[in-house]
Design a protein around this ligand. Structure first.
Ligand SMILES: *[C@@H]1O[C@H](CO)[C@@H](O)[C@H](O)[C@H]1NC(C)=O
Ligand SMILES: *[C@@H]1O[C@H](CO)[C@@H](O)[C@H](O)[C@H]1NC(C)=O
Length: 126
C-alpha cells in the first residue's frame, strides 16, 4: 500500500516536471453573466457565469477568484479561492453594499484575469 502511494506521488511529480505549464495552457474564460444590461440588487445572491469552452485538460494552475471591479480596478473580492474546474462555469455570490452605479464589472481570476462588460448595481427597493 505504502509502495503504491509513493509510486503514485513519484509519478505525479515526474509528470508535472515533464509537462510544464505552457502559454497554451493559460485559460481565459469569457464571462457570460453579468453582461451589459444585467442589473444586480445589493444584498441578493447572483450567479456569476463564464464559458467553459477550451478548458485545459490538465486543469487550471491557480484557484479561481471573483472580484467586483469599477473602472477596471478590482475593488471587492466576491469569492474565496475556489476550484475553477469543479465550479464548471458558475459561482453564486452575494452583491455587496456599494454605491449604486452602472459601471461595475466582474474580474474572474484564474490563470490570468479576465474582465467582463459593465453592468449595473442598484439598491434594494424599500
Ligand atoms: C448558475 O448558472 C449556471 C449556468 O447557467 C447554471 O448551470 C447553474 O445551475 C446556476 N446556479 C444556480 C444556483 O442557479
Ligand atoms: C458542466 O455544466 C454543463 C452545463 O452548463 C453540464 O452539461 C455538464 O454536465 C457539467 N459538467 C460537470 C462535470 O458537472
Amino acid at each position: 500500500m505504502t509502495t503504491l502511494l509513493v509510486g503514485a506521488i513519484t509519478y505525479f511529480a515526474a509528470s508535472s516536471v515533464a509537462a510544464p505549464l505552457s502559454p497554451l495552457d493559460v485559460w481565459d474564460p469569457t464571462i457570460t453573466s453579468p453582461v451589459t444590461g444585467t442589473v444586480w440588487i445589493i444584498g441578493t445572491e447572483v450567479n456569476v457565469t463564464w464559458s467553459t469552452d477550451n478548458i485545459p485538460p490538465d486543469g487550471v494552475s491557480n484557484g479561481g477568484h471573483i472580484y467586483l471591479a469599477k473602472e477596471e480596478d478590482a475593488i471587492i473580492p466576491l469569492s474565496s479561492n475556489f476550484d475553477l474546474v469543479t465550479a464548471n462555469g458558475s459561482f453564486i455570490v452575494t452583491v455587496p453594499v456599494v454605491v449604486p452605479d452602472s459601471d461595475y464589472q466582474i474580474i474572474l481570476f484564474g490563470d490570468s484575469g479576465n474582465i467582463g462588460p459593465s453592468f449595473t448595481i442598484v439598491a434594494p427597493s424599500s
